[in-house]
Write a protein that binds this ligand. Structure first.
Ligand code: CP3
Length: 343
């Protein structure tokens, strides 16, 4: 056992009190984030400024004492480093020029190490700044989720443009997956070597895929990333988050060999305990809207999750990122309740 409690859970051990962190814990619900964001200029300027990226990574640790810090960056720095010029438009989310099948052939995954140097510098600084007992998580987007933004050029409700691209242009799509797998391996290995303790792979859009595309566009590329990272960093600890994967989680865990699985709030608690927790650590799965509404509903939802999952390896988290409307007092209430829970 180490003094980094979250890392212990990723090694398959059970902590008496589950470690807790929140997806998107550094973000617009924090006034100190909004202030640093304004100072940085654009969102990507913030991601590429090692000093300010370190500052916003530390903000939720200072305020709440979470068990883990997550690197402040974005999944779309990979397409940006691949030359697809990402812009973040205030109130509209990310914008890219939609990639054409012929442009896919020109993508060069080896660019990411050079272009993302400021991110690795931030990783080194964060590890030097964090309390010793705080686990430090790096991350990347899964190839499918990153590809949805590269293909549509923006977020869409059901990723129809990317699903269509996968069917109409199977060869270009396969090449795009291959490039993103290679780039993600380089990126995650360098994060681990720069000071990250473990990494999370976000497949936020895994839930829009049918059986066949789930295997070829979500599960298989993630399995190749895990294998590729562990070829360089043996025993690397990896959390998979295939949001919306539902009944496919079982096969996903077997195929990818992740150490922990992030579960969204729609996953039934007892099913996850009985079917998944014997194989991997569970991470999740409070509905983020409860951090807007609070009250008795919040307490009861926390208790149900604790009751179901705290007998095995478990990391308390939300089922997806905290939103800008998330309430700071309710985050304190959540942490206190988890840490004082007694059966
Ligand atoms: O979790 C953390 O605190 C670390 C930082 C982090 C961000 N994005 C910062 C961010 C992480 C891990 C991400 C992951 C990410 N980014 C995902 C996967 C997880 C998920 O939420 O599904 C995705 C799909 C993206 C792409 C992305 N970035 C979108 C769609 C948007 C716009 C929507 C929004 O929330 O504004 C972003 C912008 C973004 N990434 C912000 C932050 C704090 C807000 C931008 C701002 O401050 O103006």
């Amino acid at each position: 056992m180490t003094n980094r409690r979250l890392l212990n859970v990723l090694s398959g051990k059970k902590e008496q009190i589950p470690p807790i962190w929140l997806m998107r814990q550094a973000g617009r619900y924090l006034p100190e984030y909004r202030a640093t964001r304004a100072e940085a200029g654009s969102f990507l300027d913030l991601c590429y400024n090692p000093e300010l990226a370190t500052e916003v990574t530390m903000q939720p640790i200072r305020r709440f004492g979470f068990d883990a810090a997550i690197l402040f960056s974005d999944i779309l720095v990979i397409p940006d480093a691949l030359g697809r010029s990402v812009r973040f438009v205030q109130g509209e989310g990310p914008k890219l020029d939609p990639i054409s099948p012929s442009e896919v052939a020109d993508l060069d995954p080896s660019l990411v190490l050079k272009r993302l140097q400021p991110v690795f510098e931030a990783v080194e600084r964060v590890r030097d700044t964090l309390p010793d007992e705080t686990t430090f998580l790096g991350f990347c987007g899964a190839p499918w989720t990153v590809a949805t933004y590269m293909i549509a050029g923006q977020g869409t409700p059901d990723q129809a443009p990317a699903r269509l691209f996968a069917r109409r242009e199977p060869e270009a799509f396969k090449h795009l997956m291959d490039v993103l797998v290679d780039a993600s391996i380089l990126y995650l290995v360098k994060q681990l070597r720069s000071g990250a303790d473990a990494v999370q792979i976000f497949d936020s859009w895994a839930g829009v895929l049918d059986d066949a595309l789930f295997l070829s566009a979500s599960q298989d590329p993630i399995a190749r990333i895990v294998k590729g990272v562990r070829a360089e960093v043996p025993d690397a600890k990896i959390i998979g988050f295939p949001k919306g994967a539902a009944q496919r989680l079982h096969g996903f865990i077997e195929a990818t060999k992740v150490n922990a699985i992030g579960l969204d709030w729609t996953v039934p608690l007892d099913w996850a305990r009985d079917e998944l927790q014997g194989k991997v650590a569970l991470q999740g799965n409070l509905d983020p809207t409860l951090l807007i509404t609070g009250g008795k509903d919040l307490d009861e939802a926390i208790d149900r999750i604790m009751e179901a999952w705290s007998d095995g390896p478990f990391i308390f988290n939300l089922g997806h990122g905290i939103t800008p409307q998330g309430n700071i007092d309710l985050v304190h209430q959540l942490i206190n309740r988890v840490r004082s829970y007694a059966r």
